[in-house]
Design a protein. Structure first.
Ligand code: DGJ
Length: 742
């Protein structure tokens, strides 16, 4: 059993994978946090709960116990207005106008499996024995508020899924001002934070620093999880490294405004809070209504950052992502964006597709510019009808031609957006997010459709449906290229305006659910100017995301390493593009661009027609190699060996689940004069197994050399003394080894 309740002590013990999580009822009334860490053998903690008496500045809720204050005991779900003066997880305005709550423990239930979260993305079980769920009800009798805390403990994964729903059981309306999904008070402050920060074209760079007194807060107020701070935070012990030590990570399965906070109090405990951002949020809860907060996930590993990442990868890949493509090998694609931008016609596309098909590429993706009269980014979003000037025969004619070339066709959309220069906007100027009487700020010349409105959602879904039925489309890139401003909805009354941003997300999820289930064979890739919405919410509907608009191989090292902290390779789109690179103007060898792009869902984004015969032969070799190692990359265990910040060489490897196969890659940034011999110590291999090694290096022309059979060595030697890295004479060179168990 993953969840056990001990009547005598009032302890709830959740075992998730190799982790234990213990809570306890205090005086039958408060839910207190007791433990998170490596799995415990015993069912109950033997040590009694104790707390130190504190000065009068921490008030006492019980008149006969001057020692006890909820301000200083570790809580599971704190509220505002009584004796805990730290940050609350919930804040509700009562009919009286006061925000004082008194939530008392009422009852608990242990359920097999994991109930679905209505209307929101979430992890799931395929069979009930995979997990158990504990629900705990807290009730405020005065205002009739019931709060149900939900904790799912997985048998196989060291992850606890948490969510919260509230019910208004009273007879007057309540105003919900904050409802976080996860709150836990950790007993000390000896933590480093590890977070993923950046901006457009340089997303998710790893940052690490020490927690200290006060709040360390990550958040988004942008109406999307955003490029700036990924909804992810790890708290690791100062001594934790990539390979060892305790690490705890949290993420929110949500794509809109979020907050993640690690708040160190004067007694050096750390309150960890995760949920929808309370900033500019309020929800009117009428009698009888309920509100469901998104799911937060908490993962634990005692095996360092690698262990934590592998825990995330397994769960997100197999029990968050869904659909026909979840476990399938993804097609090697070519996208025309960096090859043509907006200027193309049917013949150009067909030539590109034919040329790509000859190289072994199997999916041709037509990006932005195929609809309305969109010759640049100033028009047509919302007019999802093919542009007859560019494609006189329509999409079907193009798709058939592409099919004849031996490829499938994919298509770009930006369904949540509207251009002021569009027929849709001229017909429905109130369909965008806006605040009456205020300006409508444009970004990339576009506004955002009000997906909180059912009529808007229905119209857009219908347009998508018609396009997707009009031609054999095998793939959709779902883009979103701006953040929210002037957030208001013409369809909501004044007292509900602050619900708009969350209602938008619920509306988006409804559309995604509908479209992905109506077209189950289509492979959907999420995108938001690259990785502006790379989050667990979108991953539930679309198994892959375009990682970044920066396609430079060297810049991608940091972006992909950061992304890999949480998200599996099967979620990352990675393409080989032209040089000089369009974002940073760097020139890197074609082979190195491929070695880096092979860290995820591999593809090309350049004009393959203009390549030399030698470049084309190289691409054929790259695709053959990728196809051979693809199962290992998409479903194997990732080990980050040398991180981009640790020096001029970055290295990583994937090991198959049965440890029979591995692939190791090294990429050098700048070459060093007269360099030392470097040995790369491998990880994750079977120490007793003998492996046969082959090496592919980049050559002076920038191509992959013919694979060289090296030698046979046991896993223990490769892990103990390491693999000698060749000299790699030149900047931006790389090497790849394949290890096959004999
Ligand atoms: C932003 C995406 O990230 C790009 O890949 C491309 O699809 C453009 N949008 C098209 O406008």
């Amino acid at each position: 059993m993953s969840i056990h309740f001990d009547e005598g002590s009032g302890q709830f013990h959740l075992r998730a994978g190799r982790c234990s999580y213990v809570m306890q009822l205090l005086k039958g009334r408060w839910l207190i946090h007791r433990y998170i860490g490596p799995a415990l053998a015993g069912e109950v903690l033997a040590q009694p709960m104790t707390w130190a008496g504190r000065p009068s500045f921490s008030a006492n809720p019980l008149p006969d116990d001057g020692q006890l204050s909820t301000d200083t005991v570790p809580q599971e779900f704190p509220w505002y207005g009584s004796t805990d003066l730290r940050q609350p997880a919930v804040e509700v305005l009562a009919p009286s106008g006061a925000s004082t709550l008194d939530l008392r423990y009422a009852e608990y239930r242990i359920l097999a499996g994991k109930p679905r979260l209505t209307g929101l993305p979430a992890t799931y079980v395929e069979q009930d024995h995979e997990a158990q769920t504990l629900e705990i009800d807290l009730v405020d009798a005065l205002i009739g508020l019931r709060v149900t805390l939900s904790f799912t403990a997985w048998v196989e994964h060291s992850v606890i899924a948490r969510s919260v729903r509230v019910y208004n059981e009273g007879d007057q309306s309540l105003r919900l001002r904050r409802l976080l999904s996860l709150s836990v008070d950790l007993p000390d402050d000896q933590y480093d934070y590890v977070q993923l920060a950046g901006t457009w074209a340089r997303e998710r760079h790893v940052q690490r620093g020490r927690l200290s007194s006060g709040e360390h807060r990550l958040e988004s107020r942008r109406g999307a999880s955003s490029h700036a701070l990924n909804p992810y935070l790890a708290l690791v012990r100062p001594e934790t490294t990539e390979t060892a030590g305790e690490a705890l990570g949290v993420t929110l399965v949500y794509s809109g405004n979020f907050m993640i906070s690690a708040d160190v109090d004067p007694y050096r405990t750390t309150r960890l809070l995760v949920g929808m951002n309370p900033f500019d949020f309020e929800w009117l809860l009428q009698p009888g209504e309920r509100f469901q907060a998104p799911e937060a996930l908490l993962a634990f590993s005692a095996e360092g950052l690698t262990g934590l990442s592998q825990t995330w990868h397994r769960l997100l890949r197999t029990r968050l992502a869904r659909g026909a493509h979840r476990d399938r090998l993804r097609p090697v694609l070519i996208n025309n964006w960096e090859a043509t931008y907006f200027s193309f016609d049917r013949d150009t596309l067909v030539e590109l597709a034919r040329s790509a098909a000859e190289l072994g590429i199997s999916l041709f993706v037509l990006d932005d510019g195929w609809f309305g009269h969109r010759d640049n980014d100033r028009s047509s979003l919302g007019d999802w009808r093919v542009d007859p000037r560019k494609l006189p025969g329509g999409l079907d004619d193009l798709a058939q031609e592409i099919k004849r070339a031996g490829m499938q066709m994919g298509l770009w959309f930006e369904p949540e957006m509207i251009s002021p220069d569009s027929d849709l906007y001229r017909a429905h100027p109130d369909w965008c997010l806006h605040v009456e009487g205020r300006g409508r700020s444009q970004a990339r010349n576009q506004l955002i459709l009000d997906f909180s409105r059912a009529d808007v959602r229905a119209a857009i879904t219908q347009m998508l449906r018609e396009v997707l039925h009009s031609a054999p489309i095998a793939y959709v890139k779902w883009d979103m290229n701006r953040n929210m401003t002037e957030i208001g909805s013409a369809s909501l009354p004044p007292e509900r305006q602050r619900e708009t941003a969350h209602r938008y997300m619920l509306g988006l999820y409804e559309v995604l659910e509908q479209v992905t289930s109506e077209f189950p064979e289509i492979l959907f890739e999420s995108c938001s100017g690259g990785g502006g919405r790379f989050d667990a919410g979108m991953l539930h509907y679309m198994p892959q995301t375009w990682t970044s608009d920066d396609t430079d191989a060297i810049a991608r090292l940091a972006i992909q390493f950061g992304t890999s902290m949480v998200y599996p390779a099967s979620a990352m789109g990675a393409h080989v593009s032209a040089v000089p690179n369009h974002q940073v103007h760097r020139v890197t060898p074609l082979a190195t661009r491929a070695l880096v792009a092979m860290m995820g869902n591999f593809g090309y984004e350049l004009d393959v027609r203009r390549l030399t015969a030698a470049d084309r032969a190289e691409i054929r070799t790259q695709i053959e190699l990728y196809k051979e190692i693809q199962p290992l990359i998409l479903a194997g265990d990732l080990y980050r060996l040398w991180t981009p910040e640790s020096g001029q060489r970055t290295a990583w490897m994937y090991v198959s689940g049965d440890q029979r196969e591995a692939v190791v890659t090294v990429v050098q940034v700048l070459a060093e004069p007269n360099p030392p011999v470097q040995y790369l110590r491998l990880r994750g291999l079977d120490p007793q197994r003998e492996y046969e090694l082959t090496l592919v290096q980049t050559d002076d022309k920038g191509y992959l050399q013919t694979p060289a059979l090296l030698y046979r060595a046991h896993g223990d030697e490769l892990q103990g003394s390491g693999l000698e890295v060749p000299q790699l004479a030149g900047d931006f060179r790389g090497a790849l080894w394949r290890l096959r168990g004999v």
